[in-house]
Ligand binder design. Structure first.
Ligand code: DQA
Length: 148
C-alpha cells in the first residue's frame, strides 16, 4: 500500500533546530529510514514537508486520489492551531497517526492541545526520530498483509 508522511512547518530545519528538543537527525535521514522500513515490509512510502498550511492541505486532498492508504502526520506548530488541516484529514477520511518528536505534554501548556488527536488512529510523542519509526510500525500493523 502507499503510505504518506506529512511534515509541517519548521521540520525542514531538523538537525539544527533546537537539537536538545528535537534531536540531531535531519529530515532527510528520517525520511530515508522510513522509506527503507516501508519497502522492506512490501509497501511504498512518500514524504512531503511544507511550511505552508495550504500546501499541506492540498497534499492531503491529493492523497484521496493517489491511493494513499495511511498517513503519518507531524503537523508541527499547526498541531495547536489548524482547524483547516484537521478538516482536510476528515474530508479525505484516510486513517492517520499523529507524530511528535518531542513530548508535547511536558512543554508549554499551549502544546497540550492538538486539533488532531481525537480524530487520529493514535498519537506518538516524545521519542525523537523514533516517534516516526514507531508510528510507521503502527501503520504497518494496521495495513497488514492485505495492504501489500
Ligand atoms: C512538534 C511539536 C510542536 O509543538 C512544535 O510546534 C513542532 C514540532 C514535534 O514534533 O515535537 O514544530 O510537532
Amino acid at each position: 500500500a502507499a503510505i504518506l508522511v506529512l511534515h509541517g512547518p519548521n521540520l525542514n530545519l531538523l538537525g539544527t533546530r533546537e537539537p536538545e528538543v528535537y534531536g540531531r537527525a535531519t529530515l532527510a535521514e528520517i525520511d530515508a529510514a522510513l522509506v527503507r522500513r516501508a519497502e522492506a515490509a512490501g509497501h511504498r512510502l512518500q514524504s512531503f514537508q511544507s511550511n505552508a498550511e495550504h500546501a499541506l492541505i492540498e497534499r492531503v486532498h491529493a492523497a484521496r486520489g493517489d491511493g494513499t492508504a495511511f498517513i503519518l502526520l507531524n503537523p508541527g506548530g499547526y498541531t495547536h492551531t489548524s482547524v483547516a488541516l484537521r478538516d482536510a484529514l476528515l474530508a479525505v477520511a484516510i486513517p492517520f497517526v499523529e507524530v511528535h518528536l518531542s513530548n508535547v505534554h511536558a512543554r508549554e501548556p499551549f502544546r497540550r492541545h492538538s486539533y488532531f488527536s481525537d480524530v487520529a488512529v493514535g498519537v506518538i510523542a516524545g521519542f525523537g526520530a523514533d516517534s516516526y519509526r514507531l508510528a510507521l510500525e503502527a501503520a504497518l500493523a494496521r495495513l497488514g498483509a492485505a495492504g501489500r
